[in-house]
Design a protein around this ligand. Structure first.
Ligand SMILES: CC(C)(COP(=O)(O)OP(=O)(O)OC[C@H]1O[C@@H](n2cnc3c(N)ncnc32)[C@H](O)[C@@H]1OP(=O)(O)O)[C@@H](O)C(=O)NCCC(=O)NCCS
Length: 335
């Protein structure tokens, strides 16, 4: 048990204004609103104007957070940005964000954990609070998925959206905050969801562009089966390890990749609808932004009270698996 618990003391988010509905996508690829809704649970998603980078969304989410918390950016010690769509390979988006915010005292870095990126960044940031090294850590999940989605691939372009979310971690001062986490990687699943072009394996060339290698590719069924199994298994395991069952849980905050994955885990844990956050219908899968957005939805709906037992769970490209169990600390919130 850590000496100092890390608590979420503020939350911020940013959603691009442009709403892309299933009907809009029907005009671009051979799909239907009915297929998308029944297979994924998505009705619409937000997308930036082309050319808007991730750091702009991250900046807006952090400004929202700082305003709600009533502090200046110069109080931040560390910025961790989870993203698979950084503005560029380097400098890190965290550095670009530090400059935009004017967070003069902060250092920072990016992490690539795909759909688990936020949970990984959150637990990583918590370690700096636990050790006493830092007092204020900004953890950001931000992705512009529309920049790496192939709008000629109907199997993937309907799934994703753009957004940013951020939380502030501070010493809890009581028994709220992060209780435990359990993360896993199974790199043998890497081939089922990836972007092959642009890195050192396939540096950009006319050929990589002609072969559309700078877009994400997914073998949906493999990812789906793995996600269904791991969501439920790992959620049950972390609860049990800490002496809880599904009945003790006040709120599950799952990654939003497919409503059927969420509902399978919900069923396995025996959770009623009132204990599971679902906002995939409005935003789709926003990769690293998903979990902070889902926390925002829970706050909008008045479903988070101080001391609530909360479980964040995600599965993503890698394969990556992330779960974090916490007691909610309470944040200032008005929509
Ligand atoms: C992507 C996903 C929704 C596809 O659903 P699925 O039930 O597995 O569907 P399949 O891939 O088997 O495709 C079934 C059929 O629908 C078709 N199809 C795929 N996308 C379609 C679309 N947008 N509109 C209409 N038809 C579509 C396929 O071509 C296939 O047709 P066929 O049977 O004639 O070959 C689902 O696999 C999934 O959610 N996977 C996990 C996604 C995920 O979690 N990703 C991020 C990691 S966090």
């Amino acid at each position: 048990m850590p000496q100092i618990r890390a608590a979420i003391t503020a939350l911020g988010r940013y959603l691009p204004e442009r709403v892309v509905t299933n009907a809009d996508l029907e005009k671009r690829v051979a799909t239907t609103d009915e297929w998308i809704r029944t297979r994924t649970g998505i009705r619409e998603r937000r997308m930036v104007e082309p050319g808007t980078p991730t750091s702009v969304l991250a900046h807006k989410a952090c400004q929202d957070l700082l305003e709600r918390r009533g502090i200046g950016a110069d109080e931040i010690d560390l910025i961790i940005v989870a993203t698979v769509t950084p503005d560029m390979f380097f400098p890190a988006t965290a550095c670009l964000l530090q400059d935009k915010l004017g967070a003069r005292r902060a250092w920072g870095f990016d992490i690539s954990g795909a759909c688990c990126g936020f949970v990984y960044a959150f637990t990583m940031g918590a370690q700096f609070i636990h050790t006493g090294a830092h007092k204020k850590v900004l953890v950001v999940g931000a992705d512009v998925m529309s920049s790496i989605v192939d709008f000629e691939d109907r199997a993937t372009c309907v799934l994703f959206g753009d957004a940013a979310g951020a939380v502030l971690l501070e010493p809890a001062g009581d028994d709220t905050g992060l209780i435990d986490f359990a993360h896993e990687v199974d790199g043998s699943g890497g081939e089922y969801l990836r972007m092959l072009g642009g890195g050192s394996l396939n540096p950009p060339s006319h050929e990589t562009v002609d072969k559309r290698m700078h877009y994400l590719r997914q073998e949906g069924q493999h990812v789906f089966k793995y996600a269904v199994r791991k969501f439920a298994e790992n959620s049950a395991a972390i609860l049990e390890k800490n002496g809880f069952s599904g009945a003790d849980l006040d709120l599950m905050v799952p990654h939003q990749a497919n409503i059927r994955i969420i509902e399978a885990a919900q069923q396995r844990l025996g959770l009623p609808d009132s204990k599971v956050v679902k906002n995939i219908e409005c935003y789709g899968n926003t990769t690293a932004a998903t979990i902070p957005l889902a926390l925002g939805t829970a706050l909008d709906e008045g479903r988070l009270k101080k001391h609530d037992l909360v479980l964040m769970a995600a599965v993503g490209a890698g394969f990556t698996v992330g779960t974090a169990l916490l007691r909610w600390s309470g944040v200032a919130w008005n929509h």
